[in-house]
Write a protein that binds this ligand. Structure first.
Ligand code: ADP
Ligand code: MG
Length: 238
């Protein structure tokens, strides 16, 4: 069963079309990465899946459900942004538990879910700290923790590592790969970093001016790029 399916989706900003008819079926548990140059529509497409941008034409299915017109809160997806947007006055524990507290869950249930997220993300030692006393990588993990507790159908990441320094980026890349192995959730991940795409993805979607240039495993794209654009982008010797 597809976890998320895009059917002929288009996005127009006024009379400018930025997503030009995208069809894509993402399997449950799949790690799919959108790559492509700046301005090709990666963030717009992800935001359409999240419900943060209206879909001008076409359909977005989540599970079997037509979610095209659903507000973000109904879609059951977790969006992790590149800026961490943690609450500075709350501890790590309160930040991670915040979505559950807002939803009115009982405290014992919140504590159990927060402890589980802390264990998965190795945040156990930091639960009483404020965001300002954490490193960039730790803050990023808290932000991911806050989305894990809601058991989302899928995680959506928009260049989550682009604000981190090179060493931390490698460490976080490894942690995100572990997270995918542990949770086995569907993940859709936007990056312009080829190394991230090649190492994390089950399938890579290469976007070119709002259209899919090619979809395939890292190996397929490397060995059989569909055109020069993909070859140059993936950096293969075609
Ligand atoms: P990417 O994430 O691949 O860099 P974006 O999805 O952010 O690309 O942008 C795709 C195109 O849509 C760009 O040309 C951008 O200028 C345009 N765009 C994005 N958001 C808006 C908006 N709110 N209004 C008008 N144009 C937009
Ligand atoms: Mg973007």
């Amino acid at each position: 069963m597809s976890s998320i399916e895009l059917k002929a989706v288009e996005k127009w900003f006024g009379d400018v079309q930025v997503i030009k008819g995208v069809d894509l079926a993402i399997e449950e548990g799949e790690f799919v990465i959108f790559v492509g140059p700046s301005g090709c529509g990666k963030s717009t497409l992800l935001r359409m899946i999240a419900g943060l941008e209206e879909t001008t034409r076409g359909q977005i299915l989540i599970g079997e459900r037509d979610a095209t017109a659903e507000p973000p809160s109904k879609r059951g997806l977790a969006m992790v942004f590149q800026s961490y947007a943690l609450y500075p006055h709350m501890s790590v524990r309160e930040n991670v538990g915040f979505p559950l507290k807002s939803a009115g869950l009982p405290k014992a249930e919140i504590d159990a879910k927060v402890d589980e997220a802390a264990r998965v993300l190795k945040l156990d030692g930091y639960m009483d700290r404020r965001p300002k006393d954490l490193s960039g990588g730790q803050r990023q993990r808290v932000a991911i923790g806050r989305s894990i507790v809601r058991d989302p159908t899928a995680f959506l990441f928009d260049e989550p590592l682009s604000n981190l320094d090179a060493a931390l980026r490698v460490e976080m890349r490894y942690k995100i790969a572990k997270l995918h192995q542990t949770l086995k959730s569907t993940m859709i991940y936007v990056t312009h970093d080829q190394v991230e795409a090649m190492t994390l993805a089950d399938r890579i979607v290469v976007l070119e001016f709002g259209k899919i240039a090619q979809v395939g495993s890292p190996r397929e794209l490397y060995e059989k790029p569909a055109n020069l654009f993909v070859a140059q982008f993936i950096g293969s010797p075609r």
